[in-house]
Design a protein around this ligand. Structure first.
Ligand code: ACM
Ligand code: ZN
Length: 740
């Protein structure tokens, strides 16, 4: 603020803040302040060279000059007394700041906290000087493992982007980058002895014909690992096995059970073709990969995945079955344990321990493995009971790729990684992660998903659940976050929102049309927008004021946040048709997971989006769905329609048929229209909303009641992963249009 006001060489030093995230264990304000006129001397400790280069780099860009003659000083010192691994103490006095720790990592964490005490403007330039409140600050992390999983496979990220994320991890006191480097949709790490892994496995053809991919050369990996090491971030590579391995099988089909050539898939999901556990050359292949991986990552741990590995190929593979017999393994789950244990032994021979997702518990805990619990906290409880070390990142709180309506900032902050139920057993919770899977996030969208939710998790893991679960802790966190956002702005972090920005409310307008209002949610959110479609009384729309529509279209709202328009747009598709908010009767109870918002959802005017979990969809599994609406008086019907969803991988099929009938009295019915979308059981890769519409034949009688019967497609067909299970039908709106 002061800078803006003065804006000259004469400007006064600006003061720093103690609004720190993560919250330190203790801060004692001393009164008075440290004052630096733009020149500083720094005393460096021995054996801290890589860190020193990082710290000096920061001061250089800050514009503050470093000179041994400067009156103001900053000392980094080794503590004489015992201090925990990452613990540090900062003393800010009038002309001197001392950062003390017993370890290089502690000293670095202390530096980062000091950096956050500095005025935000120092991130871009405070050469004219600055001041800091005098204080004594003592701190240490509650948990030893505090990480981000970054999926570099579903979408590839540039090296510079990865380094920026490492900087941001360090800024928030995190110490692990869990780097997901192999996947179905792309192999991202150069293995010199297996060149096809990257020449073939790093590239995929997208549905639109374009090519997506990329990989990290070994030189780039070393560069990233060194960059992280200087910031005390351990990079844990994840090399997935035995599942999520389609890209490797595309490169070397003989590694799979069937040997059938396949392409690097461009679809998301879980694939049946996995590494063959019976094939010795597959084991040799993985050992070659490991040989090169351990040379690149000096850390003590390698993540071997282990999640979502369907066993169908193994159960019909002669080699896998022979292996099970030879090894005395009862089933394919035990074969997975054998597989992981074998790789674990190989890695142990290289001085490494392994981490696997909680599925590795299914055939018995592989010896020496740490477990990362993601399907809730059950795996964590079991692993603690069995004596394993555990990392927690359950989908309930830690999946940063999930939309804000599933996990908003407050839910992330409310995560308890150390519930009492897990306190029993010889194992130990090391800490947790935030998981950023990138199916739906190309690089430019990643930061908007990761931040600010990861900052909440960073405080949970560093400051500990005892602190973050205290009354008013979240309110206090938000106040500090508000002080922190400008620093993220200065660092060009494209952080996202804290919660969904808007909700849409609809009700019946007095003339039978549809009245709608966009309601702003969350802190500091504003909205402005337009109606793109037919029939409205509003030129422009703002959050908080209602408008009326009498036809189909969408409200397109721009998100404003903290006084700025972000350019981010949110769309609400709507249809002000002639049956909105008329009495409706259903032949079924909607699925409790997909009610669409209640029994009247099919005539609430709200259409579903391209995301079937958006709350606007009403669904049923295996049943015919019949809905009858009372228009309140007889009319000639022009058109009928229904919005349906198609996503066969999620068991959602098009209806086999839709039949609309009309009746003047609710007793005698005649057909208005009928649609049968064709061979609905044929494989179809689309994942989208579709409108099924039918024009009513001219001359049809006047009706008061319209009855829509939507016929289910039946069971999932033979080619489907859920073959034989009932398919789902998803509907968003039953549309009726009356003639003019
Ligand atoms: C996972 O999300 N499949 C670990
Ligand atoms: Zn096999």
């Amino acid at each position: 603020m002061l800078l803006v006001a003065c804006g000259t060489e004469e400007r006064l030093p600006v003061g720093g803040t103690l609004a720190l995230i993560p919250a330190p264990q203790s801060v004692e304000l001393k009164g008075g302040e440290f004052y630096c006129e733009g020149v500083l001397h720094i005393n460096w400790p021995e054996d801290w060279d890589a860190e020193r280069a990082v710290v000096e780099g920061w001061w250089q860009q800050s514009g503050v000059k470093l000179s041994p003659e400067a009156p103001a000083g900053l000392s980094f010192e080794w503590a004489e007394e015992e201090m925990a691994e990452e613990a540090y103490r900062i003393e800010v006095m009038s002309t001197e700041i001392v950062v003390k720790a017993a370890t290089a990592s502690g000293l670095f964490r202390g530096w980062i906290t000091l950096r956050k005490m500095m005025p935000v403007v120092c991130e871009t330039g405070c050469g004219a000087g600055f001041s800091l409140p005098a204080c004594t600050l003592e701190d240490a992390p509650a948990m030893v493992h505090r990480g981000l999983l970054l999926d570099g496979c579903r979408h590839f990220q540039e090296v510079d982007f990865v380094k920026k994320q490492i900087d941001l991890l360090a800024l928030h006191g995190m110490n692990v980058l869990h780097w997901h480097l192999t996947e179905d949709q792309g192999w991202r790490i150069e293995i010199k002895d297996l060149p096809r892994l990257t020449s073939v496995g790093a590239w995929r053809k997208e549905a639109n014909g374009s090519r997506h991919g990329g990989y990290y050369s070994q030189e780039e990996i070393r560069e990233v690992v060194a960059y992280a090491a200087a910031r005390h971030i351990e990079v844990i590579p994840e090399i997935e096995m035995p599942g999520h391995s389609s890209a490797a099988l595309a490169a070397y089909p003989e590694l799979g059970c069937t040997g059938t050539p396949l392409e690097v898939p461009a679809r998301w999901g879980v694939f049946k073709d996995i590494y063959c556990a019976g094939n010795d050359s597959t084991m040799a292949f993985l050992e070659t990969v490991i040989d090169e991986v351990v040379e690149l990552f000096p850390g003590p741990r390698v993540h071997i995945g282990g999640d979502e590995a369907p066993k169908v190929r193994w159960s019909s593979c002669a080699k896998c079955q022979r292996r099970m017999k030879q090894e005395g393994l009862a089933d394919e789950e035990e074969l997975q344990r054998w597989f992981i244990e074998r790789m674990g032994r190989y890695l142990a021979g290289k001085g490494k321990t392994i981490i696997g997702w909680d599925e590795i518990l299914e055939g018995g805990l592989p010896q020496g493995a740490a477990v990362q619990s993601w399907r809730g906290m059950g795996g964590a409880a079991e692993a603690v009971h069995l004596g394993a070390e555990v990392i927690v990142s359950p989908t309930s709180h830690c999946y940063l790729d999930y939309p804000l309506r599933s996990t908003d900032l407050e839910e992330a902050y409310g995560f308890n990684p150390l519930p009492d139920s897990l306190a029993h057993g010889p194992g130990r919770i090391l800490g947790g992660e935030g998981n950023m899977w990138t199916e739906h996030a190309p690089q430019e969208r990643v930061e908007s998903k990761v931040y600010p939710r990861l900052i909440a998790l960073a405080e949970v893991y560093w400051s500990g659940p005892q602190r973050t679960a205290a009354p008013d802790a979240y309110v206090d966190f938000l106040a500090r976050l508000d002080a922190h956002y400008p620093r993220l702005d200065a660092l060009n972090v494209a952080y996202g929102l804290e919660s969904p920005p808007f909700t849409l409310e609809t009700q019946a307008a007095s003339n039978g049309a549809l009245s709608a209002e966009v309601v702003a949610l969350g802190r500091g959110v504003e909205g402005r927008g337009i109606w793109q479609g037919i029939g409205t009384d509003a030129d422009s729309i703002s959050a908080g004021s209602g408008f009326v529509v009498s036809g189909p279209g969408e409200v397109l709202m721009e998100v404003g946040r903290r006084g700025q328009w972000t350019g981010q747009k949110v769309s609400f598709p709507l249809d002000g048709h002639d049956a909105v908010f008329r009495p409706l009767e259903l032949s079924y109870s909607p699925s409790p997971w997909y009610t669409g918002g209640g029994d009247g959802a099919l005539v609430d005017g709200k259409l579903g989006s391209a995301d079937f979990r958006d709350g606007a969809w009403q669904a049923q599994q295996g049943e015919e769905m019949t809905a009858t609406v009372d228009l309140g008086g007889v009319a000639v019907i022009d058109e009928v329609g229904v919005g349906v969803y198609l996503y066969q991988d999620a068991w959602i099929f098009l209806p086999a048929a839709v039949h609309w009938e009309g009746s003047p009295d609710g007793e005698a019915w005649s057909t208005l229209a009928r649609i049968a979308p064709g061979d609905v059981l044929a494989r179809d890769d689309r994942q989208e909303r579709m409108s099924l519409r039918a024009v009513v034949r001219p001359g049809a009688p006047q009706v008061r009641y319209v009855r829509m019967t939507v016929k289910n497609a039946g069971v999932c067909p033979d080619w489907h992963a859920a073959s034989g299970s009932d398919s789902w039908i998803f509907l968003d709106e039953m549309v009726v249009r009356i003639g003019a």
